[in-house]
Design a binder for this molecule. Structure first.
Ligand SMILES: [Ca+2]
Length: 487
């Protein structure tokens, strides 16, 4: 309460002093007197000065005893200051150490910050990489979906092609059946015509003519399809068989191997060899003409060695391919051989006999129809008996895809126009226009007349036929008879 009264008093005195000071200032400005008058006027405000003894009087004589009542002497002051300085130094040192510690912390924190920055940068890189991988994954998914679509389209196309193939196959079978029926009609008509011709001759009183051999009536299921049937069926055999060079069709490639057109004069300086198998063993791999000499024979043989078929080593005994050589010949010709070794030829019965008696041989007969298809008939063994036995045929068992039309000739002697050794009352060579191991007369006539186009029209079955493959009125395009030692 006492303090409050002192405070109020002090405020009152302060306001009075301020008012009087301001009034004296205004008076001073009004009177424009020097500041000396103000110092003279100060005794007039003595009552006010008594109230404000503590702070407001500027004279030095009042201040000492009143305001310094709590302060100590100066020597004490100096001693405390030195202690304070020591304390301060200690504090400063402490603070310095703390600053160093803080600096270390700051450095560590800076490293942490840098590390954090690096981690953030790495994180950003990882994010971009993840995004990139995600895009790649999306692309891959899209691509796979496209591939699966493409695959489905291809499958559809394959299915369509397959159904189309099946449709064509069934159509082909229909055509084959129709062709077989037509070929049967042709065969029957030929037989009927022959019978009618015979009846006519008898009616005309010429019944003393020789009996005609029975015609082959085999019409196999797989008749070679021939697009030229309608043209060739009307051809007469008298116009066809021996016109050299008029039917030089190039044979198609053999399904068994390479069959190039043989060059002339490929006879090697080696040899002679006992057979083409020995030629092959001597290292010759090119098909061509080679000189042979069978064991126990002084006779040199020019032969065609086939090395492009079934490992090679085949000695070709006979070849037909273009009708360039006449095969309607006598005994002596068939005994010695004729034709061109690099084309159509017959190697000779005596040569076949000499070759065959050297060892155990097998026979391969290769047939080609007019569509270029090749089939074969193989016989497990083959040799001929001597001329005194009429070069009797000795065959083993059949295997192949041409059908067996040769076994019925097994054990038969060779017949030519001038030497009839067949089982028929007449001469089969006369009717079939060739030389062969005729029976009465037989299921095959590979030395017959070379007709162009396949199915032919003839009074007798004199074409190059193989009854099990095409029937008696289908003349094959090319034929080869070959032998090789049994493996
Ligand atoms: Ca006879």
């Amino acid at each position: 309460m006492q303090g409050l009264k002192w405070s109020l008093c002090a405020l009152l005195c302060l306001s009075i002093w301020e008012e009087s000071h301001c009034r004296s200032s205004r008076e001073a400005r009004r009177t424009k007197e020097p500041s000396l008058q103000r110092s003279k006027r100060s005794p007039l405000n003595h009552d006010v000065k008594k109230c404000s003894y503590t702070f407001l009087v500027p004279e030095q004589r009042i201040t000492g005893p009143i305001c310094a009542s709590t302060k100590g002497p100066e020597p004490d002051k100096d001693r405390v200051t030195r202690m304070d300085i020591a304390d301060m130094r200690e504090v400063l040192n402490k603070q310095g150490r703390e600053i160093e510690t803080l600096q270390l912390v700051v450095d560590v924190d800076g490293n942490l910050v840098n590390e954090m920055k690096l981690l953030r940068k790495e994180s950003r890189n990882m994010n971009s990489r993840v995004t990139q991988l995600y895009m790649q994954l999306l692309h891959e998914i899209i691509r796979k979906r496209d591939n699966s679509l493409e695959l489905a389209q291809l499958e559809n196309r394959v299915l369509n092609v397959t159904s189309e193939m099946m449709r064509l196959a069934s159509r082909y079978k229909e055509l084959e059946a129709r062709y077989a029926a037509m070929a049967g009609v042709v065969n029957n008509q030929s037989i009927l015509i022959s019978q009618l011709e015979e009846q006519c001759l008898r009616t005309l009183g010429r019944g003393d003519l020789p009996v005609v051999p029975p015609l082959v009536q085999v019409v196999p299921q797989n008749i070679p399809v021939n697009s030229r049937l309608t043209n060739e069926i009307q051809r007469d055999n008298n116009n066809q068989p021996f016109s050299r060079g008029s039917h030089m069709d190039t044979p198609t490639a053999s399904p068994f191997g390479i069959d190039p057109p043989p060059p002339q004069g490929t006879l090697t300086s080696d040899g002679p060899f006992r057979d083409c198998y020995q030629v092959r063993q001597a290292g010759h791999t090119t098909s061509g003409m080679y000189l042979l000499k069978a064991d126990g024979s002084d006779r040199l043989i020019q032969a065609w060695c086939e090395h492009g078929l079934d490992n090679g080593g085949w000695t070709v005994l006979q070849r037909r391919r273009d009708g360039s050589v006449n095969f309607f010949r006598n005994w002596e010709n068939y005994k010695r051989g004729f034709g061109n070794i690099d084309g159509e030829h017959w190697i000779g019965l005596e040569n076949i006999y000499n070759l065959g008696k050297q060892g155990d041989y097998k026979m391969m007969i290769e047939l080609e129809d007019w569509t270029g298809k090749k089939v074969y008939a193989e016989y497990s063994s083959f040799h001929l008996e001597s001329e005194s036995e009429g070069y009797r045929l000795r065959l083993g068992t059949y295997q192949g895809n041409a059908g067996d039309s040769f076994s019925s000739h097994n054990g038969k002697q060779f017949t030519t126009l001038d030497r009839d050794k067949d089982a028929f009352s007449g001469n089969c060579a006369h009717f079939h226009k060739g030389g062969w191991w005729y029976n009465a007369c037989g299921q095959t006539n590979l030395n017959g007349v070379w007709y162009s186009g396949g199915v032919y029209r003839s009074k007798f079955q004199d074409g190059i036929f193989w009854a099990e493959y095409g029937g008696g009125f289908y003349s094959l395009k090319s034929v080869r008879l070959m032998i090789r030692p049994i493996d």
